[in-house]
Design a protein around this ligand. Structure first.
Ligand code: MSP
Length: 512
């Protein structure tokens, strides 16, 4: 059995209100999953919610609910958003599910039996908002932040289980060295390596001052630290420990997609836990950047958190997906603004892509009664388009494999410009006037071929519009049953098939 392609997003804190940052990671993972399926892979695309911990317990108590009642109620905010965004996750894991609790207890026990967990006492600071223990160095950083943005931290002194993270400094550094692609992009890898080189202290992995969590096996006064709990979701959903057959076909994860703020948990703690438990390590951890809003950090207190539902309602799902992936190189930080979105719609979606599709189909409608014409022999400009298509498809494939979405989209849009220029230069309207039907047919058929390839390539990014284009060009088989390899073939559109021009793909927007 070939290995399933396994991609994950982080599991989101269930009581957070989903925003553009959450949507970003999930859309990016969806693009990769859709692309892998086009390539013929079986995928396991996982997302879910992180439901334990002190923060959730407190929020629930404050609203007079049990934590599980709160979680059951608010988990729908995420699930509904993913549905609305066309996210094709194969599974959704909640850390309050039995399968997850079982996996956490199991890996905890395994690590304890290995001698890497011991009982001690933790005395220090804890950041409840981020569910993180604060080291001395981090404490200095915290104190240097302005009070309004500083997450509240609390002094804690309690009995705690510790994980012998200090034993894993050398094995981790050795692993990073032998697997230079493990942490991506490479500039983030250096940050992690420097952190580990600075020395690793043992990590507190249990708490006793609250109860909303998974009990430590054999000592239920303790609940397992929320990050130890949460990270385990990645193996729990893959079948560990009950369905080891599926686990072995799925694990290791091919990509853990995460935001740069939680890279350390994924690239240091998680591999150390796995090494200790004797489980193989994920193949890659990719950390993306952060979105700001019109130049400012997004935060609940500033009231400037971008609500994905509002963006979708105004512009549509595909515009949102396109904007997030096109605006900035994946990995770097970016700024969200309405003006920037409208610029992309008018310049690229409406003028570039929309215009190409509507003018091409408009001419087939007008000159060939909406039937795809039969091409004559290809001339230099047509052969040039064929050549450019092949180059572009190669570039897109490479860019998606390198997780460089903006490069893939730039390549597609550069190509769209080339094809639009080909229309201008071939001037089909003049060919029609001159009665040169054969040449006219060849040009319009070439355009249909280009549009067919564009639809396949856009399917992972903007699936609704890609399907829409596909229907317009009248290919009976569904787009999601296509293979990426058919984008590499030239000349497979069937003359005589019926096209439908229909509505424009992207209405233009005014910036109010
Ligand atoms: N529950 C943990 C993850 C556990 S994974 C085993 C968590 N959840 S979170 O809901 O706070 O954040 C989830 C993801 O959203 C992170 O990858 C984070 O980087 C991302 N983002 C949150 N705000 C963001 C932006 N403003 N911009 C981009 N991504 C951001 O952390």
């Amino acid at each position: 059995m070939s290995k399933t392609f396994y991609i994950t997003t982080p599991i989101y804190y269930v009581n957070d209100v989903p925003h553009i940052g959450h949507a970003y990671t999930t859309i990016a993972a969806d693009v990769i999953a859709r692309f892998r399926r086009l390539c013929g892979d079986r995928t396991f695309f996982l997302t879910g919610t992180d439901e334990h911990g002190q923060k959730i317990e407190r929020t629930a108590r404050n609203s007079g609910e049990e934590p599980i009642e709160l979680a059951d109620r608010v988990v729908l905010r995420f699930q509904n958003l993913w549905e609305k965004l066309g996210i094709t996750n194969d599974d959704f894991i909640r850390t309050t599910e039995e399968r997850h609790k079982k996996a956490v207890a199991q890996i905890f026990r395994t690590i304890e039996e290995k001698g890497d967990i011991y009982l001690g006492e933790y005395e220090g600071w804890y950041d409840v908002r981020n569910e993180a223990f604060i080291t001395e160095t981090q404490l200095e950083e915290y104190m240097s932040l302005p009070e309004s943005t500083r997450p509240p931290i609390e002094k804690v002194k309690e009995q705690s289980y510790f994980f012998r993270l200090s034993n894993y400094q050398a094995p981790l550094l050795d692993y990073y060295e032998k697997n230079p692609d493990f942490i991506q992009p490479s500039y983030r890898s250096n940050e992690v390596i420097r952190f580990v080189e600075g020395g690793l202290k043992d990590l507190s992995v249990s708490r006793t001052t609250f109860s909303w969590g998974i009990p430590v096996p054999g000592n239920p006064k303790h609940v397992i630290y929320v990050w130890f709990d949460a990270l385990t979701n990645y193996i729990a959903a893959a079948g560990f420990p009950d369905d080891m057959k599926r686990f072995n076909e799925t694990w290791p994860a091919d990509i853990h997609l995460v935001g740069k703020d939680i890279l350390r948990f994924h690239a240091v703690y998680w591999p150390a836990f796995l090494m200790s438990a004797g489980i193989s390590l994920p193949r890659m951890i990719f950390a993306h950047g952060w979105w700001t809003f019109e130049g400012e950090k997004m935060s609940k207190s500033l009231g400037n958190v971008v609500d994905p539902y509002m963006v979708i309602d105004e512009f549509g799902v595909d515009v949102f997906r396109y904007f997030l992936l096109r605006e900035i190189p994946f990995g770097q930080d970016g700024d969200y603004s309405r003006t920037a979105i409208i610029g992309r719609i008018n310049g690229e979606l409406a003028n570039g892509l929309g215009n190409l599709v509507s003018r091409s189909l408009g001419m087939i409608e007008r000159y060939f009664e909406s039937r795809i014409p039969t091409p004559g022999s290809l001339e230099l400009p047509d052969l040039n388009i064929k050549e450019k298509t092949i180059q572009m498809v190669k570039q897109v494939e490479e860019s998606i494999n390198e997780i460089e979405f903006h490069k893939a989209l730039t390549a597609i849009w550069d190509y769209i410009s080339i094809v639009n220029k080909y229309v201008d230069e071939s001037a089909p309207w003049s060919l029609a006037k001159a009665g040169n039907r054969q040449r006219l047919g060849t040009v319009l058929w070439t355009l249909i071929e280009s549009i067919r390839v564009i639809a396949i390539l856009l399917y992972p990014f903007i699936p609704v519009s890609a399907e829409n284009i596909w229907k317009k060009i009248g290919i009976p088989k569904r787009l999601d049953s296509q293979r990426f390899s058919s984008a590499k073939l030239w000349g497979i559109s069937t003359p005589g098939s019926q096209i439908t021009k229909g509505e424009n793909l992207f209405p233009r927007h005014e910036d109010k």
